[in-house]
Every structure is written in C-alpha cells, then in structure tokens.
Design a protein. Structure first.
Length: 159
C-alpha cells in the first residue's frame, strides 16, 4: 500500500475507519519535518514498527512559522508532505494548521500516539485523549546529533 496525502480531514477520518474495520493498529505522530534527516527516518521507522499503519500530522507552513520563526519552514507543506509520503514507513500525511495537533488527534483517534524523546508523557498534546480511547502513548528516544535547526545552522555557517 502506497502512502496517501490527505489534505481533507474528512477523507483522513474515512481512511482511518477503513483501517479500523480491517483491525489495523494505527500509529500517529506529528511534527514539522522541515529538513528530513537520518534522525527523522529512524524515528518514523521505529514509530511504524509499533503498529500496522503510520499517520503523520504535518504542521502547515503558517503553523511552522508560529513555532520556529519567520524564516521557517525551509520547505513548503506540499514538499515536506511529498518527501514524507515517499518513505516506505509512512502510510498517510495529514497537514494541519493549528499550533498543536489536538483537534486532529481527537478526529483521527489513533491507537498509538508517538512523540520524540524531548517530550515527557504528561506534556504530550493529545495523550489524555488517546488513552481515554483505549490507546497508548509512547515516547521514542531520539538519535543524538540530528536536528533540522542544527542542519540549517551548518548550511548558513558554511557560506
């Protein structure tokens, strides 16, 4: 099954329902994924291994600017989604415009919510909602030494 980009939340909800009917375990994570690097790939592969399908909530451009500053993102939403959907471990990418993915998590109701090791479970947006629906929350350790912000800084410093 190839990855799908759903810019329409209703389409994403329908696909999720189909996967639930097929008894697939749905894993969800979210982020900006501005410049893909090996740390992202490792994280997404490990997240996918926790279930049958991996759905990524992708911060849209305005949301990334709000989180990271006016010079971000480097890559637009469509380009970031294109790169993510090309990964074998990713089954669906759903862009969102809010500062957090809470509304997306409430609508999609994943079985597993995954965040990176820089988060503590009690601070993860949507954790309570996922647990209230019978799901689980997993904090995935990061591989040290990889960061989109650090990569951008290296590029800037090299000029």
């Amino acid at each position: 099954m190839g990855a799908q980009l759903s810019t329409n939340l209703n389409d994403a909800v329908q696909i999720m329902q189909q996967w639930r009917n097929e008894k697939r375990r749905i894993v969800f994570t979210n982020g900006c994924f501005d410049l893909l690097h090996p740390g992202h790939i490792d994280y997404l592969q490990k997240a996918r291994a926790l279930g049958d399908v991996l759905v990524i909530g992708l911060n849209d451009d305005a949301s990334v600017r709000g989180l990271k500053g006016e010079n971000r993102p480097v890559n637009c939403t469509e380009d970031r989604a294109c790169m993510l959907t090309a990964l074998r471990c990713v089954d669906m990418v759903v862009p969102f415009s809010e500062p957090t993915p809470l509304n997306l998590i409430k609508a999609l109701k994943p079985d597993v919510l995954v965040k990176g090791g820089d988060y503590r479970e009690e601070n993860i947006v949507g954790a309570r909602e996922v647990r209230d629906n019978g799901g689980e929350v997993v904090v995935m350790p990061f591989i040290e030494g990889f960061s989109s912000s650090a990569l951008i800084q290296r590029i800037v410093n090299s000029h």
